[in-house]
Design a binder for this molecule. Structure first.
Ligand code: GRF
Length: 224
């Protein structure tokens, strides 16, 4: 059942949940979605208490109980998710690799935020890797989730300059500020049914697309 006529969003976390908080805070007023669940695979994830304080239902599916049985873990994840009938899943610092059974089930309905300018630096330690490569800029990407780790169509990116005094922690903190703007902005467009991603990305790569800049957030946009 929609919440007050709005789409239902389940947010999956493993940690502090700062992205989850900004997503949940954004889903008010004329936003076309509302949070229906915050689910963590880590029982003491700090984000769970924040979700409860915001009045959002929470659930825990502890991956350690499945002792490496990914299929069993994902079955449990899905049976919990199905109880809340989400229209959209937002991975927000959810630190588990998902199998193609899971990503296939939620295909076209699942987003992730990754702290790099994809396709650069899939996986972990993104900021350290950007520094070691001598990159002039870093950033974050929101993408659709597919079977390829951090590999689905990119829906939006935000950039920050790499500064001479940066270490991985300082860079991560500046990128996180941008994550908190980017993810809610992309979710809103996605929930509105505006999915400019793969098609626009191809046009950009062939030099026939264009980039639309709005409030410091860079979207891959449709041609007029
Ligand atoms: C974010 O940087 C996210 O991009 C990464 O993990 C961090 C999670 O932060 N995957 P939080 O839990 O949202 O505060």
């Amino acid at each position: 059942m929609p919440i007050d006529g709005n789409k239902r969003v389940a947010i999956l976390i493993s940690g502090g949940g700062s992205n989850m908080v900004t997503l949940a805070n954004s889903m008010v007023g004329d936003h076309p979605a509302r949070p229906c669940l915050v689910l963590s695979n880590v029982p003491d994830a700090g984000g769970l208490a924040k979700a409860t304080a915001m009045g959002i239902p929470t659930a825990i599916v502890d991956h350690r109980n499945f002792k490496g049985d990914r299929e069993g873990f994902e079955k449990a994840l899905n049976s919990t998710l199905d109880e809340y009938s989400p229209d959209i899943i937002c991975l927000a610092g959810f630190m588990r690799i998902l199998t193609e059974d899971f990503t296939g089930y939620w295909a076209g309905r699942c987003l992730n935020i990754h702290p790099s300018l994809l396709p650069k630096y899939k996986g972990l330690h993104t900021h350290q890797r950007a520094l070691e490569a001598g990159d002039a800029e870093a950033g974050c990407s929101v993408h659709e989730v597919t079977a390829e780790l951090d590999g689905g169509p990119i829906l939006g990116q935000a950039r920050v300059p790499v500064l001479p005094e940066d270490d991985a922690g300082r860079l991560a903190a500046r990128v996180l500020v941008e994550e908190h703007k980017l993810y809610p902005a992309v979710l809103r467009r996605f929930a509105d049914g505006d999915k400019p991603a793969a098609f626009a990305l191809i046009r950009l790569e062939t030099g026939r697309g264009f980039r639309h800049i709005k409030a410091g957030v860079s979207f891959l946009a449709k041609s007029p």
